[in-house]
Every structure is written in C-alpha cells, then in structure tokens.
Design a protein. Sequence first.
Length: 364
Amino acid sequence: MKFMINKITQLAQELLDHVIGAELPTLYFSPRGEARRMRDILPQLKQKYRPTPWLSNAHLHLMYFDLIKQKNIHLKYDAIEHLDMPDGGITGIAWYGLDLPQTTPTIVLMHTLTGTPESMCELVRDLHQYTGWRIALCLRRGHANLPMPVPKISIFGSTEDLRQQIAHIQMKFGQSTLYAVGSSAGTGLLVRYLGEEGEKSPFKAAFALCPGYDTELGFKNIHPFYSKLMTKKLFKSFIHPYMPTWKSTASLAEVLRTKSLLEFQYQCFELAGYVSFDAYNQATNPIFVFENIKIPLMILNAEDDPICCIRNFDPYKEAIQKMPNIMVVTTKKGSHCGFYEGLHAVSWSARLISDYLMAEEKSV
C-alpha cells in the first residue's frame, strides 16, 4: 500500500513538473576550471527548478514580479547617501545592514534599468536574510529621483561612477570583503567593470542575474511589447523630470522620437557624454571586455526570459566554457529576474545567489 502511494505521488509530481516546465538547470563551465566545484557545492544546481505553478507562463511571471511583488514588499533602508562625482554629477548608495560589524562582508548591488531602492527591496531583503551581510545598493545618476545637475546619464551606468561608489564603500568599511551582484541592466555595468578591472577587481566573487550579454544585440532581441513599454519608462524617469538639465542637448528631439529600446540605445550617446553611438558602445558594452574577467562569476538566465532573450547567450557559449572562473546556469522557466518557486512564490534565484556568495566566502 505504501509503495502504491509513493508511486502515485511520484507520478503526480512528474505530471506537475511536465505541466509547469520543471527541469534540472543546465550548466555551462570549463571542465578543468575552478568554477566546476560549484556543481558539487550548491544543491540547487542538482535539483529541478520548479516554478510557482500559477506563474509558469513567462509573461504572467514577469507581471507578478513587476506589478505585485515590487509594489507590496516594503523595506526601511538604514540610509540613502548622495555622492558627488568629480564632474559635479550625483549618484547614491542605499544601505541595509549599515550597523553590522566592520568585518561583515558587503554585497555591492547594481540595479535594473529604472531601478530604485523601492523596486530592489525584495532582492535586498532576501540577500540580507540569507547571508546576514551588509547590502550597498549603488544608485546610478538620475535614479531614485536623485538630483541631476550635470546633463549626463547612461542607461547602463558608468564604470567611473561605480569606481567612486566602491571607493566610498571601502573607505567606510575597509575590513569588509566585497562581493558584487548585478540584476538585469545592472549586469551590464557589473560585467563591464569586472572586465575593465581584470586582476585588480576589489570583489572576491560576483553574480550576474539575467544579463543581456552584448547590449546592442540584447536590445534587438527583446520582446517588442516590453521594449516599447520600457522606452516610455526611460522618458518618464530620466528625460521629462529633468528637461531643464537637457535643454542644451542637441540630440534630445531624436531621443524623444524613439519608440523602442534599440532606437533609444542608438540615439542616447550624447546623453551619456559620447560623440557617437560607436564611441558609446565601445565604452559601455560589456561584451568587449568580458573575457578579461578574472574573479569567480556565476551567471543565471531563464530560457523563457522575454527581456534578456536566451539567444543572446548563444554566440558566447564556447568562449565562456573555456574560461576557468565562470559558470552560466540556465533554467527552462523563471522569466526575467523572477525565478519564483513554491506556492508562496519565494525567490529561487536569491537563494542561489546567496549560497554561491557564501560558498565563495568559505573558499581560500
């Protein structure tokens, strides 16, 4: 009787797994590299990712993440600092766990395309709860209603600004080991920075959640609905509130005529301080420097992501599997930065990020 019950339970689970698209993660890594050890250290990599049953559709999953989760989770940050950049621009850092001991590790978090402390609070909360570490959410120019006295903004951020933010973090917490996490567009800044720094990176390890890889190609592959919607959000967040700042920007009219993220990307170079798209792309696209990344890096993508399409990864599979320090994890489901599991829709990805960083903390 017990055997029959177990068999029926197993068949029911297999049927449910088939319906919701639950499968083992696919891992891409060098078989001779140091990244391979994570396959044995992290249990999640050997278990099926089972998305929340009622969120197995990629668009529903994304809507739940963007419209419900982000609106219903509230977090009181310890402080939000404004930092003056050398050119007069302003960035910020939102702190959580500010009063933890000096030696507590710090996660430097790089937010999404239009990210704010409010939109990032679920990931901040989860990373802190799982690790017990300090979180420093680096706010890019124009985000979170920061003043914009200088007409300069890049949708992927600036590695020069990031260096200033990291220097400030190191000044405050000189005994803290630093780790880095990038989410969505924040992965572009993260990977670009890691590639530029190479061996000099101050981070012990990093995690990229739902990157687009080549940012030009990524915007070509994004679902048209989300491309149009996110372009409007860029106008609402970074153009219209700061019109006095942009009044002398010659290309502003062209920027405002764009209807998609790809069009916006081709026209926003002057806003970012460059004379042409080619100059802007060469200076900001992470794909040109990713092979110079020297620290441990884990990357997570979902095959059903409608924003950072899994096809973006295809041209770089071979190169990444020759790099000893990088592992790419892909799941059949998860949508864009969602990865919810269980009936209560908790984040599978936040647990993976945390376990990965804590495993790196234990390594020599």
